[in-house]
Design a protein around this ligand. Sequence first.
Ligand SMILES: CC(C)(COP(=O)(O)OP(=O)(O)OC[C@H]1O[C@@H](n2cnc3c(N)ncnc32)[C@H](O)[C@@H]1OP(=O)(O)O)[C@@H](O)C(=O)NCCC(=O)NCCS
Length: 356
Amino acid sequence: MKYAQITGWGKCIPPASITNDEISQIVETNDEWISTRTGIRARRVSHVSTAELATVAAQNALDCAGLEGKDVDLVLLATCTPSTMVANTASLVQKNIGAVGAAACDTNAACSGFLYAMQLATAQIRTGMIKRAVVIAAERMTWYVNWAKRDSAVLFGDGAGAVVLEASDEPSGLLASKIGCDTEDRNILHIANCGTDLNKYEPIGPSDLMFEGREIFKRAVKGMSQACDDVLSQAQLSLEDIDVLVPHQANLRIIQAIQQKLNIEDEKVMVNIDKYGNTSAATIAIALCEAVENGLIKPESNIMSAAFGAGLTWAASYIKWGTRVTPINPPSASLPPCDKTGLELIAHSVAACKEA
Ligand SMILES: CC(C)(COP(=O)(O)OP(=O)(O)OC[C@H]1O[C@@H](n2cnc3c(N)ncnc32)[C@H](O)[C@@H]1OP(=O)(O)O)[C@@H](O)C(=O)NCCC(=O)NCCS
């Protein structure tokens, strides 16, 4: 049976950002509260669509792998903020990267979406159904934010990451994975005012991220560490074998609690929540890419990854990196320039949320 090696990695970080001090001009909060409670110092706001973010990340991952879109059999996009639902957003990405005829599909498992998509694409390669896939996670979480509510307004950001998976005889890629969903209390984390349950002929109002932060915090720590233990035993590995932890970036304190439970040293943990906030499915895809760029991931590194999100979905993965940690070709794709600041980009939404 073939393995599904990661041969390309890419990201798309929109240029406009909003710092904690800037967000304090919108809701009653301050840099001290946000940075000590969450570890977040800034978040990005996209001036383009989710499809464009996904396209840039996917193209850069293809460049890194030395491939072209036409070489790919599957474009799998993890997102809970699709640009369009029908046609799906992946079909536009497929067109943009020239993956003519490839299967194109969106998947939604909220913040766990990238690890879900990795398992789905890996299984198809391992069973010989396809040879190459580009797995993308792209989100515009700021689209959902209710800028009148400080609890959620400070947490989220936009961005995208992608990997190319290729059939290989080398034992590498996603070697163990566990995905699941704890649906009992699915209402403790959801987006209100969104979806076809609504009566579209009534005024709907702005979408709204609803969550019970403390409850999610506890479940995230417990769920993700349990899933990591399960994956380690599936892979017949112990914690000492793990070189790098790439966790979902929802709160620095959640990451530290998992790290403590698993007893993993600071220098093995990939953290970038300070720069980007919670970009939902995209956090792990971006963090994986940056962990290679900054040398945390080395040839043949053993990588553990875990996520938790609305549903309540959860996932943990063991990834064995291949031998190459440098791109075959440099990234060729970038976003069009943005002539607005982060605050200017959200000004209209802020006014609408405050009026509602
Ligand atoms: C959301 C989260 C950061 C809140 O941190 P917390 O330490 O649990 O804080 P609490 O919700 O208990 O609120 C503590 C106080 O801070 C206040 N507060 C909440 N948001 C604030 C903000 N942005 N600025 C200042 N104060 C804030 C609350 O009103 C509360 O005040 P009170 O004690 O006077 O009632 C944290 O629970 C978390 O990260 N949860 C998991 C992640 C999550 O839910 N992500 C969302 C979906 S993935």
